[in-house]
Design a binder for this molecule. Structure first.
Ligand SMILES: Nc1ncnc2c1ncn2[C@@H]1O[C@H](COP(=O)(O)OP(=O)(O)OP(=O)(O)O)[C@@H](O)[C@H]1O
Ligand SMILES: [Mg+2]
Length: 505
């Protein structure tokens, strides 16, 4: 066995994050680590890499006990880690990123040519076409991740840990990353893969271990494992309904009853001017490839990138949309895709984070009472199943997925009339996934209108009344009724010439 973990226990105040967990990793396997948000996946990794000190348990690598006190020490032992947020430096060159800490020197100076050669060698075999002299930040996240992997593998070389590496990649980029993973597996590395995308887990893994509430509940070979059983392991109970079955007939609002109108909004270089009218309680899906202009559309609608040309109006007249503040004043909400930029205040409590936006809108002169804050926090902790020991825990101490739920709760607490959700279920586990879709149904029944951007088409099909397709920074089609269906959406995304109902209404 390449790596063994025995009886690993780690507690935080109020939480037993890991409870006597066993885990094995063979050389030449991809071993997926699964579990709901807060199950303990990242904590296990951090104990293994010395980022956290474990309370109890034994680790062995190649049969010898290890006890890394820092990630650097883990790296020297042979354990390298790549996180979702690439932890390299975007404004250094690829070569500098690959070699920093161990740059070749000549007469006491960094030897640029030797460094480039070394970097090119490190990247050879990864099948990527990269100019190592260019800044890392000029490459896509996928390439950056492969560079991070190349660095980790060169420095460590035995165990590679990937903690949600594919969360922000499109399918082509995932395929590229998986090619790299497969070839590393062939070279005999042991790879631990954490992901909430079950399709990917089934595609790339040899074995899977499931954690629930800090305990290991199962380890299985992927071959022959049923998806449903796996989900049941994660949830600890049988699924109520299949989580993503289509909900309703897709009933778009009656155009004459739409209350919120955007006309010719757009911004040069980002998204061509488009029209959009929204009805009360309506869910509009926005589909398209990564980089097609989905997020850019949202940013124009929310005033982050103010529209150059168009106007917005409702029953009371024109709405100013020059910045997010004005959008919020108009009753808009926007939960962006990127966990890091969505304004979690890590050292404030769950309660404070949820109350924050509401308080800001109300003005600081009229403080929200503590009782009201508690009520809000308790309501959303329950509603979104936010895994926290209590409402006073600092958000920074929650697991990644649970932090995302707090962001969602914050916006829902403001009860926006038009709520834009960019990839609302990314990084969120299957149970909470279903819960969020249900929640969308509920709030729209109360009249909230929603624009949801998602790469998961079955998710769009489950919630949207109509779907707008974006391609090459243009809204190219609108699908309604029976057209709201995965195949039709895929075809509309792919079609080189728009053929469905031209131009969204
Ligand atoms: N530094 C910390 N301080 C206090 N509690 C923590 C800390 N880090 C993690 N926890 C708690 O430990 C538990 C496990 O968290 P962990 O981050 O390991 O979950 P995860 O399985 O990675 O979830 P996700 O899928 O959301 O990333 C959670 O209850 C979390 O709140
Ligand atoms: Mg995690």
């Amino acid at each position: 066995m390449l790596l063994t973990i025995r009886s690993l226990t780690k507690t935080f105040p109020g939480t037993r994050a890991l409870d006597s967990v066993d885990f094995d990793l063979r050389a030449g396997e991809v071993h997926a680590l699964l579990g709901e948000n807060g199950a303990g996946k990242s904590t296990l990794i951090k104990c293994l890499t010395g980022a956290y000190q474990r309370d109890e348990g034994e680790l062995t690598l190649d049969g010898a006990p290890i006890s890394p006190q820092s990630t650097l020490e883990a790296q020297e032992l042979g354990i390298g880690t790549v996180y979702q947020e690439v932890n390299l430096l975007p404004n250094l060159t690829v070569a500098e990123n690959l070699t920093f800490g161990r740059q070749p020197t000549r007469f006491g100076m960094v030897d640029g040519r030797a460094m480039r050669r070394q970097a090119e060698e490190m990247l050879s075999g990864y099948g990527v076409d990269v100019d190592v002299r260019r800044d890392l930040g000029t490459y896509s996240v996928a390439i950056q991740q492969i560079v991070a992997i190349a660095r980790a593998v060169t420095l460590s070389g035995k165990v590679l840990i990937l903690d949600e590496p594919t969360a922000s990649l499109d399918s082509r980029e995932v395929a590229m990353l998986f090619d790299v993973v497969r070839s590393l597996r062939e070279q005999g590395l042991g790879i631990i893969f954490i992901s909430h995308f079950l399709d990917q887990v089934f595609e790339i893994s040899d074995r899977v271990t499931v954690l629930r509430n800090g305990c290991r509940v199962a380890t299985d070979d992927i071959a022959g494992l049923e998806r449903l059983r796996l989900i049941e392991h994660m949830l600890g109970h049988e699924l109520e309904d299949e989580t993503r079955e289509g909900r309703h007939a897709h009933v778009p609002s009656d155009p004459s009853e739409r209350t919120l109108h955007f006309e010719g909004v757009g911004r040069r270089g980002l998204i061509e001017p488009f029209d959009l009218s929204v009805g009360r309680g309506e869910v509009i899906g926005l589909a398209g490839l990564l980089g097609s202009g989905r997020t850019e559309s949202a940013e124009v609608l929310f005033g982050i990138k103010p529209t150059q040309t168009g106007t917005a109006r409702d029953e009371n007249g024109e709405i100013a949309l020059r910045n997010p503040r004005e959008a919020v004043a108009a009753g808009f909400g926007f939960a962006p895709e990127d966990r890091k930029t969505d304004g979690i205040v890590a050292d404030l409590s769950v309660r404070e984070n949820i109350a924050l936006a509401l308080q800001a809108r109300r003005g600081w002169a009229r403080p929200i009472s503590r009782a009201e804050q508690n009520r809000l926090a308790d309501h959303y902790i329950d509603r979104l199943d936010i895994r926290t020991s209590d409402a006073e825990k600092a958000v920074g101490d929650l697991s990644g997925g649970n932090q995302q739920k707090v962001v969602l709760a914050r916006w829902l607490a403001m009860n926006p009339r038009f709520f834009i959700l960019d990839e609302p279920t990314r990084g969120i586990d299957v149970g909470a996934h279903a819960e969020i879709l249900r929640l969308i149904e509920e709030v729209t029944a109360d009249g909230m209108s929603i624009l949801v951007i998602s790469s998961e088409l079955d998710e769009l099909v489950a919630v949207a009344d109509r779907v707008i397709v974006v391609r090459d920074r243009r809204h190219v089609a609108q699908l309604t009724g029976a057209e709201v269906e995965t195949d039709t959406i895929v075809r509309a995304i792919a079609a080189p010439d728009a053929d469905s109902d031209e131009e969204a209404a």
